[in-house]
Structures are given as structure tokens and as C-alpha cells.
Design a protein. Structure first.
Length: 274
């Protein structure tokens, strides 16, 4: 899969990357009406690693291993760096899809790394029109307060408020005002004592990975699993599943509940916008 020039044998890493992502030199999907999703991140809220607001999202580094990509916390830096147009959020058990939402980014052809590094001022609604597609298994449980599947609207990234931050929230839920220190916006990648404009903290005790939808302003905060700091406000709740983030340049439909996930998924697009 390595491309070189005839004259010098010089490596061309951009073409190698495109090949790895299933794209031609123009960035379009290779093959007849086949597009590909790539696993960018997986969150397991009970694996002993806390992917909070300050960990991983805005850093250019690989987290986890390929062999445990769908069972532990995982971030693929190659996929995280590639410009994409679509994002799918998937709740799954042992790699089997339980619920999925697919969105189209308002601003296309940007990488997740660039989006999550855009923290100042942050608080950006990054998709439009709501989900292109949403599917939930008829046997799925714990949907009343799920941070992704109990809330309507579009995706917002880097929702900073006072000294708190959430990496992914939905606009249909409670979005704290800029200076409200109410600990009451919940989603994926959370922290209650950080600088949300830089992604830094000296208070690891207030890190937490997945927070359920709730009114926790003056109440204890129920988080999924055990991946949270030692702050006395946290209550470890049940794990609803792993949450995976897939991205694509051209795929805009996803596997339905009951299907098995992989780090790369080929699929026929449902829509052609241009």
C-alpha cells in the first residue's frame, strides 16, 4: 500500500493515508457506491481509564489498542486527524449495536482533532438538521436518562461553562450558560473543575467519562460505571454500554441494531447531497 515515485522512491504518506481510509486521491470513496465508516473513539466507562474533558480529545496521540478497540477506551490518532463530513454515535454491548445516531457536520472536511482543539471559545453546535438516522433496539434499556439517546437535537462540542466542560452534548438537553457553575450539563467527556478553554486541570478528582441526564446542580451526580475521580459528589451508576464514535467522508447511514461492529465498516450511502 506504499506509493513511491519512479525517479526517487520518495514515500508519499498522504496517498498511503487515503488508501488506509478507503479513499481515492480526491478523497472520494473507492468502489461503486460503497462508503466506509472508521472507528475514531470508544468509551468504556468501567475499564479503569477516565476519558474526561481533559484526556485524549484534543491531544494528537493514540489511546488503547486495536485488539481492545471496542471493549476499552480507544482513540485512533490516524482517524482522529482525518477530515470528515459525517459522525455516528453508537451505543453497543460487546461490539453489537444497540442504538445509533448519525449526523452531518455543518462544516465539512475538518478532522475531529481540529474540532476538539477549538475550545476557545468552544460551545459550538457542530451538526445541523438533527440526526440523519436514528435506530434503537426494541430490547434496549436505560433510555430515560441516556446522555445521547434520551435527548433530541444536534451535537455540540466543547461545551465549557464556568470551570466545567463537556466534550459532546446534545442541544435538546440542558446547556448551561457561560458563567453558570451549576454542574448541570451532561454528556461524553466531562469535568467539573477544569479550564474548558485549554483542556487543562489540576483537579483530577472531578474528572468523569460518561454522565447521565439529570438535575445535579445541588444533588449528587450519577455517572455511568466507575470511571470518575474521587470527588465526593459522584455516585457510580450502571453501565449502559460502550459508546463508540465512527466518522466518514461519504457514509451517511449506519448498521442497524443487532449488527456486529468492527474498526472499519463498509456500507452503501442512503443519501447523496451533491
Amino acid at each position: 500500500a506504499v506509493v513511491s515515485t519512479q525517479s526517487t522512491g520518495e514515500m508519499r504518506p498522504v496517498f498511503v493515508l487515503l488508501f488506509m481510509l478507503g479513499l481515492g486521491r480526491d478523497g472520494q470513496a473507492v468502489g461503486d457506491q460503497v462508503a466506509r465508516w472508521y472507528l475514531a473513539m470508544n468509551l468504556n466507562p468501567a475499564d479503569g481509564h477516565i476519558m474526561d474533558y481533559t484526556t485524549g480529545w484534543s491531544e494528537d496521540k493514540f489511546i488503547g489498542t486495536y485488539s481492545k478497540a471496542l471493549s476499552n477506551d480507544y482513540l485512533n490518532r490516524v482517524v482522529w486527524n482525518y477530515p470528515v463530513n459525517y459522525i455516528a454515535l453508537v451505543r453497543h454491548w460487546k461490539g453489537v449495536v444497540e442504538a445509533v445516531k448519525v449526523f452531518r457536520f455543518r462544516e465539512g472536511s475538518r478532522s475531529l482533532l481540529s474540532r476538539f482543539q477549538d475550545m476557545n471559545p468552544g460551545r459550538e453546535v457542530v451538526t445541523e438538521g438533527g440526526p440523519l438516522e436514528e435506530h434503537i433496539s426494541i430490547s434496549a434499556q436505560n433510555l430515560d436518562d441516556d446522555p445521547i439517546f434520551s435527548v433530541d437535537g444536534d451535537l455540540a462540542f466543547n461545551w465549557g461553562y464556568s470551570n466545567n466542560g463537556v466534550r459532546i452534548v446534545l442541544t435538546g438537553g440542558h446547556l448551561s450558560r457561560l458563567m453558570d457553575n451549576d454542574d448541570n450539563t451532561h454528556g461524553l467527556g466531562n469535568h467539573f473543575a477544569c479550564n474548558p478553554l485549554t483542556g487543562n486541570t489540576t483537579h483530577k478528582e472531578w474528572a468523569h467519562e460518561i454522565s447521565n441526564i439529570q438535575n445535579s446542580g445541588k444533588n449528587p451526580t450519577v455517572v455511568q460505571g466507575t470511571d470518575h475521580g474521587s470527588g465526593n459528589k459522584y455516585i457510580s451508576g450502571p453501565v449502559y454500554g460502550n459508546y463508540a464514535i465512527f466518522v466518514s467522508q461519504t457514509a451517511n447511514t449506519f448498521l442497524k441494531p443487532g449488527n456486529k461492529l468492527d474498526i472499519e465498516i463498509s456500507i452503501t450511502p442512503a443519501y447523496q447531497f451533491f
